[in-house]
Design a protein. Structure first.
Length: 69
C-alpha cells in the first residue's frame, strides 16, 4: 500500500473527511483572493485581524453543533 492510498482511504471511507476536505477547499479558494487584495493595498495586518475576528464564530458554531452527552 502506497502513501497515496493511505492518505486517500480516509477521504473515501469517512463522510466527515470528505466534508472537511470540501470546506478546506472552499475556504482556501475564497480567502486567497482576499489575502492578495489586502497585501496589494498594503493592509496585510487586516487579514490577520479578520482571521481572529472569525475565530469566536467558529467556536460558537462548534459549541452549537457538538453532541450533548
Amino acid at each position: 500500500m502506497t502513501l497515496f492510498h493511505l492518505l486517500l482511504d480516509s477521504f473515501c471511507l469517512f463522510r466527515f473527511m470528505r466534508r472537511a476536505l470540501v470546506a478546506c477547499l472552499a475556504i482556501s479558494l475564497s480567502a486567497a483572493p482576499l489575502g492578495v487584495f489586502l497585501l496589494l493595498r498594503r493592509m496585510s495586518l487586516v487579514g490577520d485581524a479578520l482571521s481572529h475576528a472569525v475565530l469566536p464564530g467558529a467556536a460558537i458554531g462548534y459549541l452549537i453543533s457538538a453532541c450533548r452527552w
